[in-house]
Write a protein that binds this ligand. Structure first.
Ligand code: F6R
Length: 615
């Protein structure tokens, strides 16, 4: 899981690659490197650390001249993050240089063979094996780089997006993909290579997304020639016009992407239901659902597969689908589902939820479900992502790019899409009346304004964060629709502040976690008026009698919890099924402020990456 960037054209490559790598740091940031062709030779600099560390080192180490280059920001898989294991990697002769995102699973056996043939290796990486395999094939068969890459990749088992060039042929870059994304930006006799379009969006809106098992030779003057890696057949390049703009990608005046993305939620939710929901006409239309209505209506059950925050959105959908559409739902961690030999039939509908659309376990769960005859529907944010393409049908969350590693707007827009689907199915099945259906739509339409209102608690949440920032543990409690929100609140806190936090169904507290409660334990309790309110109030009383510190998330105007809790954060009133869209907001802000006060890197927490493309 890494970010790759390449450039060949008439401009200086270095600034383009450097800026591109900074935009791709969400994909990994434990080391970085750039290789440039200076007109006669390859100049390479790489280092453990972030792209800023690379910039400091590179500008002292090598000239930054050249109109051809490749760069990489890494999230280590094979070999610890250090200078030597950083990409790019040279071949033994020094003629070839490569960057790679993915894992070559059979690299050890390939390495043994290459060692027998006299090759030596400096790093512990699978990537250095691949570049030498390409060199070996090229040398033995005296063929062009593109052909050598193709033959080498046919010997490889694993996943990759690669870019490689030869210093003796500095008018081309060869790229290939299997399982890791790769886009080619097409300019005026200049080409950009990247893991997504963000590195080249200000230079061109025209891009080709390589499909799995495709490779391309990107050549100055001649353009892009795409082939199937396996059978060598030529593929007609499909050039897409990108809708993404740079402003959407950059921080837009906020200190961090995470904060920007938290504040983008009113619009993101609006964009997600806009055009799909027409309350006045009493209509919800989503092409992916309409086209497959029979399959949905005949389904015995829905199985949701996802990871992390997306799994939490899946848990919320379990309540929504069962409540509104009366369809049984099972929510599975994709990583467990795929290895469990699950019972799946062609009467099952699988919904795969993923912000990035690249999560390896979710992708594998989809493939498994499809192979057993299930219909698979995707809920993704990244357009054209692997999951979006692998599923039978789907609906995008229109959240815009999410760069902060901690997922925020993806969660609320996933819930929005899932609510629309549940409502549409409920109406088709007749499990809700037309007035209930209309009422839900009217309430959903009000949500963006209510999210804005919830964001007004920001300063107050900040003052609470100041009080509890040094706590060693947090508990998050919720019931019903807000149980998954408790899990999500705990995940947000632990992943960016590194404070241990657990989420529980409020009533489960008595079965163990209550033993943890003392005067040092902050407990966030979601206690909105709709949804088991009185029961949650009893749980709050139990906490209070054990001296726990209570932070209540309550409905505007609440008095009962206010009288018991140490602090209350108000959110506007809505119908029960939509409360997660509001109660989530203060929990996101709480984790953001605590992490910031503790001096943590909010957008790039340690050990994490935005798209988990390894198992
Ligand atoms: C948490 C977070 C992760 C992701 C998970 C799935 O803030 O971002 O838990 O939700 O890695 O990622 P996607 O949704 O891209 O499949």
């Amino acid at each position: 899981m890494c970010g790759i960037v390449g450039y060949i054209g008439h401009r200086e490559a270095y600034p383009i690659i450097l800026k591109g790598l900074k935009r791709l740091e969400y994909r990994g940031y434990d080391s970085a490197g750039i290789a440039l062709f200076d007109g006669s030779d390859i100049k390479l600099s790489k280092t453990k650390g972030k792209v800023d560390d690379l910039q400091n080192r590179l500008e002292r180490e090598i000239p930054t001249k050249g109109t051809l280059g490749i760069g990489h920001t890494r999230w280590a898989t094979h070999g610890v993050p250090n200078d030597i294991n950083s990409h790019p990697h040279y071949s033994n002769s020094g003629n070839l240089v490569i960057i790679h995102n993915g894992i070559i699973e059979n690299y050890e056996s390939l390495k043994k063979e290459l060692i027998k043939r006299g090759y030596t290796f400096k790093s512990d990486t699978d990537t250095e094996v691949l570049v030498n395999l390409i060199e070996d094939v090229k040398k033995n068969e005296d063929i062009k780089l593109g052909k050598a890459v193709q033959i080498a990749l046919n010997q490889v088992v694993g996943a990759y997006a690669i870019a490689v060039f030869d210093k003796n042929k500095p008018n081309e870059i060869v790229v290939a993909r299997l399982g890791s994304p790769l886009a080619i930006g097409i300019g005026e006799n200049e080409f950009f290579i990247a893991s997504d379009a963000s590195p080249f969006i200000e230079y061109t809106k025209n891009a080709i997304y390589l499909e799995d098992e495709e490779m391309a030779v990107v050549r100055l003057e001649k353009g892009v020639k795409i082939r199937k890696i396996k059978d060598d057949s030529l593929v007609d390049p499909y050039v897409q016009e990108l809708k993404l703009n740079l402003e959407q990608i950059e921080k837009g005046g906020y200190d961090h992407f995470m904060l920007k993305e938290i504040y983008e939620q009113p619009n993101a939710i609006l964009d997600t239901f806009r055009g799909r929901m027409l309350p006045n006409e009493g209509i919800i239309k989503m092409a992916g659902v309409e086209d497959n209505m029979k399959t949905f209506l005949n389904a015995n059950r829905i199985i949701v597969v996802a990871c992390g925050t997306s799994w939490h959105a899946g848990l919320v959908s379990e309540y929504i689908f069962e409540d509104l559409a009366r369809i049984p739902v099972e929510v599975e961690y994709a990583s467990e589902f795929r290895y469990r030999n699950p019972v799946i039939t062609d009467k099952d509908v699988v919904i795969a939820i993923s912000q990035s659309g690249e999560t390896a376990d979710t992708l594998a769960a989809i493939k498994l479900a499809k192979s057993r005859g299930a219909f698979v529907f995707g809920v993704c944010n990244v357009v054209g992502s692997s999951i979006a393409r692998e599923t039978d049908a789907g609906a995008y969350t229109h959240a815009g790019p999410e760069i902060g590693v901690a997922s925020t707007k993806a969660f609320t827009t996933q819930i929005t899409v899932l609510t629309l689907i549940a409502l549409r199915l409920a109406r088709a099945k007749g499990t809700i009346s037309s007035s209930e259906f209309r009422q839900h739509m009217i309430e959903l339409e009000l949500i963006p304004e209510k999210v804005k209102k919830s964001l007004e608690s920001d300063d107050y949440v900040k003052s609470i964060s100041e009080i509890y920032k040094n706590a060693g543990n947090f508990l998050y409690l919720g019931r019903g629709y807000n149980f998954p929100v408790a899990l999500e609140g705990a995940l947000k806190l632990k992943e960016i502040s590194y404070i241990h936090a657990e989420g529980y169904p409020a009533a489960e507290m008595k079965h163990g976690p209550i033993a943890l409660i003392d005067e040092n334990m902050p407990i966030v309790v979601i206690a909105t008026k709709k949804g088991h309110y009185e029961k949650v109030v009893s749980n709050i009383q139990e906490i209070k009698s054990r001296k726990g510190k209570i932070i209540g998330i309550v409905t505007e105007g609440d008095q009962q919890v206010k009288a018991l809790a140490d602090h209350v954060i108000e959110v506007p009133e809505t119908i029960e099924s939509l409360t997660p869209l509001l109660t989530t907001i203060p929990l996101q802000l709480l984790s953001y402020h605590i992490a910031l006060m503790l001096g943590k890197n909010v957008d790039q927490p340690r050990n994490l990456a935005k798209a988990v493309t390894v198992e």
